[in-house]
Ligand binder design. Structure first.
Ligand code: TXA
Ligand code: MG
Length: 316
């Protein structure tokens, strides 16, 4: 059974030792909790796929402490340099060509010749990366296809028996996964919307292209249904009934739901993103038949919020 450890010098040392010994550790990041293992160790990486029951064709994100460490694994580009300077550490993942001398396990790339790299901002993730002195492969710490964890107790609910150490970094500040960008060419290609907005990317790079639905060669994970609660989910609700749980947004929540959680009374998208996954979990309960969601604007972080909601709604 999983042990949730408070962040102390001792628990960080224990977690680092576990990583170096080829075991998995659950670590907090500012986006979601990750199920981490030494990205250079095939058996350790295979254990991540097994614990999550994740299809082997879906590659993993590798976490490193800084951009210099990233450049030891992948071929750097001028676009990567610009984006890393602007957004690392933070919720941005760059997909780049593996270097010929790349020591990352081939399993993290799931057969592609690229690797996805991210420098997380969360201080505990930073401490663990430095103490372990290994690149850490870490997908979200949930069973494949279910809702990503933004608190330690979500990890235990989802992966309880399959994980040993969970480092407690509190609730994740951003609450949505990183934005995944293919940064191999001049124009960034968005493979997954996330914690860095399209507007932010355009401000730094001048333009973006959409690549999320470009097929399995680009970002295999984008093809799956994901983020699914067990109740069906209904989007853009304009009325609601007592058998439904309501995900509300803004100052005028619909009336009449069995249970309502407002993501943000003031219509703040960052606040809504931070609470989204925990809210989906809370409303996914017996006694309710469906989850209804009020419309959420598609600008800024709204794009990633709506992406996750659409996937959750499509899952059945
Ligand atoms: O915020 C996050 O990104 C979290 C935290 C833990 O860092 N991690 C995360 O990992 O969301 P995961 O495995 O749930 O999602 C990784 C996404 C998937 O959509 C996957 O297909 C894509 O990144 N990906 C990974 N490597 C790739 C590659 N080489 N080429 C294209 N897409 C890749
Ligand atoms: Mg995931």
């Amino acid at each position: 059974m999983a042990r949730i450890l408070d962040p102390t010098a001792d628990s960080i040392a224990q977690a680092a030792a576990a990583i170096r010994a080829g075991r998995t550790v659950v670590l907090p990041t500012e986006t979601v909790y990750g199920l981490g293992a030494d990205a250079t160790d095939d058996r350790a990486v295979a254990a991540i796929f097994a614990a999550k029951e994740r299809p082997r064709f879906n590659p993993l994100i590798v976490h490193v402490p800084d951009a210099a460490a990233a450049q030891r694994h992948v071929q750097w580009t001028s676009l990567a340099e610009k984006l890393a300077a602007a957004f690392w550490p933070g919720p941005l993942t760059l997909v780049l060509q593996r270097r010929p001398d790349c020591r990352l396990s081939l399993l993290v790339s799931a057969g592609l010749d690229t690797a996805a790299i991210r420098v997380p901002r969360h201080p505990l993730a930073q401490s663990l990366l430095r103490a372990a002195d290994r690149p850490i492969a870490a997908p979200s710490a949930n069973r494949s296809g279910s809702i990503s964890p933004t608190r330690p107790e979500h990890v235990v609910q989802s992966l309880g028996d399959a994980v040993d150490i969970v480092l407690d970094g509190g609730p994740c500040l951003i609450g949505l996964e990183s934005t995944v960008i293919d940064a191999r060419r001049e124009v960034p290609v968005v493979l997954r919307p996330g914690g860095i907005t399209r507007e932010d990317i355009v401000r730094i790079a001048g333009a973006v292209q959409d690549g999320g639905m470009g097929g399995p060669k680009h970002s295999p994970g984008m093809l799956e249904s994901h983020y699914a609660p067990s109740l069906p989910l209904r989007l853009n609700a304009t009325e609601v009934n007592e058998l439904e749980g309501l995900i509300a947004f803004g100052p005028m929540p619909l009336q009449g739901a069995g249970l309502t959680i407002n993501l943000s009374f003031t219509g703040n998208l960052a606040e809504a993103a931070a609470g989204l996954f925990a809210t989906m979990r809370t409303l996914d309960r017996p006694g309710l038949e469906r989850i209804a969601v009020m419309p959420i604007p598609d600008t800024g972080l709204g794009e990633a919020i709506n992406d996750r909601l659409k996937r959750a709604a499509a899952a059945r």
